[in-house]
Design a protein around this ligand. Structure first.
Ligand code: APR
Length: 240
């Protein structure tokens, strides 16, 4: 499976993972664009834009509450755990589009949440930010400044947190190996991260049961799931 890099593992010092919803699919969290994907059943323009939020904040909150319940019950799978274990053998950074916190739960120590976190909230006006606390009964909840609170996630048409994105670009352009796992690479700017790595002559590996927007740019494509493929990848480093 990983013959291409079998002999190179010794030289691989900096590994960057770019992950998406597919890496959490085997933890029971639906993807967005897959067969049972969320955007097959829900209209993202009614639930994941700032206009949708102002049109109907109650609907948007109820939808995120339902997703949060599902996510808080989920457990990291073998894919998340393998990425965390890899820290024994190399410097590993995870640039994730996921808002589920499962990489951190698996033990990954450096995770950049490009699209925010479903367990965080922020005020839609002032700079108040906080972790989601139990017992928020009022929907939509109000900030102490009187304006409505919103999930601290990045919606369509919104920019990524500038400090997080800046750091992600730098890390991507300094890695030796980039593994793109469980993302369709249709959403920008996250889908430009492989380009930064390529400019640094990093090896690009894609782990995905299906073709993606950038499969042809990859040095190696593994048509398999994250939970199946990633433990095999880590075993390469164990053999050394
Ligand atoms: N292991 C690896 N990959 C998988 C698995 C699996 N078990 N199951 C599905 N996949 C792949 C699919 O083939 C698909 O290419 O994961 C990808 C999921 O793609 P999307 O559903 O488009 O999710 P993602 O790429 O994370 O979406 C990016 O879009 O909706 C917005 O903000 C949201 O962060 C999200 C962004």
């Amino acid at each position: 499976m990983f013959e291409l890099i079998k002999d190179q593992t010794k030289n691989i010092k900096k590994i960057v993972f770019v992950t998406g919803a597919g890496i959490s699919q085997e933890s029971g969290i639906p993807t967005f664009r897959g067969k049972e994907g969320l955007w097959r059943n829900y209209d993202p323009m009614k639930l994941a834009t700032i206009d949708a939020f102002y049109d109907n904040p109650k609907l948007v909150w109820e939808w995120y509450n339902e997703r949060r319940r599902n996510i808080l019950e989920a457990r990291p799978n073998q894919g998340h755990k393998a990425i965390a274990e890899l820290e024994k053998y190399a410097k590993v950074v995870v640039l994730t589009q996921n808002i589920d916190g499962l990489h951190q739960k698996a033990g990954s120590s450096e995770v950049l949440e490009l699209h925010g976190s479903i367990i965080k909230i922020k005020c839609s006006v002032c700079d108040f930010k906080d972790e989601m606390v139990a017992g928020i009964f009022e929907i939509p909840p109000l900030c102490k400044c009187g304006n409505i609170l919103r999930p601290d996630v990045v919606w369509f048409g919104e920019s990524l947190p500038p400090d997080v994105w800046q750091r992600a670009m730098i890390l991507a352009s300094q890695c030796d190996l980039m593994i793109i796992a469980g993302t369709s690479l249709v959403v920008s700017p996250a889908n430009t991260l492989p380009i930064y790595a390529k400019q640094n002559n990093a090896v690009l590996i894609e782990i995905n049961p299906e073709n993606t927007e950038m499969s042809s740019e990859m040095d190696l494509v593994i048509r398999n799931t994250g939970a199946n493929a990633l433990p095999k990848f880590v075993s390469l480093f164990k053999e050394d």
